[in-house]
Write a protein that binds this ligand. Sequence first.
Ligand code: P9H
Length: 221
Amino acid sequence: MSGKPKLHYFNGRGRMEPIRWLLAAAGVEFEECFLETKDDLIKLRKDGSLLFQQVPMVEIDGMKMVQTRAIANYISAKYNLCGKDLKERALIDMYVEAILDLYELLMAHPFQPEDKKQQHFANLVDKATNRYFPVYEKVLKDHGQDFLVGNHLTRADVQLLETLLMAEECKPDILAKFPLLQSFKARISNIPTIKKFLQPGSQRKPPQDEKDVPRVLKIFY
Ligand code: P9H
């Protein structure tokens, strides 16, 4: 056991990518065990490694953690990405939960059936540009600081950057009306641990390729 966290999921973004980002931002090296087939999932279930018969599962500190949000909370707390006090924590949790609501739309987009794609995309862009991004643009404008909360790096910055980059993959000019989010994106991308994770060859996964969707779904259904 190398002591490094070990991530169990398929070789793609899905629900594990936010966990990869948080570990990378904290400068924590991690190992990955990729599920390729249904049998891989059944094997993990059989040896009692999946509390709710589902992945993501992360082996960390002697635990086999499941439930994406629980894993992200544990890693964020362990590596001091949750703010210095309850007030900062409250802001961070509000910002992160909203980011995750938008992230669900972005993550699910490649898995949408053809006839629903256009509508799903329109809704995704509407929510991003009219509900979520204006809030983070105003937060940065109002306090004029480099980070969303407490003038230091928190999980809110890491997960917002991940989501901004994913939104731009869907619609390259989606940040056109958000100048402070554009400079935030450049600033946080230049933090050494995150800059390293954004380099080619890192453990960051590429955008979900639509032709791979059937292979992914075959593992789980
Ligand atoms: N609350 C893949 C890509 C995008 C979105 C979801 C799934 C939910 C958590 C087997 N795990 C396709 O649906 C695969 C969860 C975890 C939990 C699973 C089963 C999924 C996917 C694989 N499904 O946040 O961790 O939905 O194990 O029997 O449910 S991920």
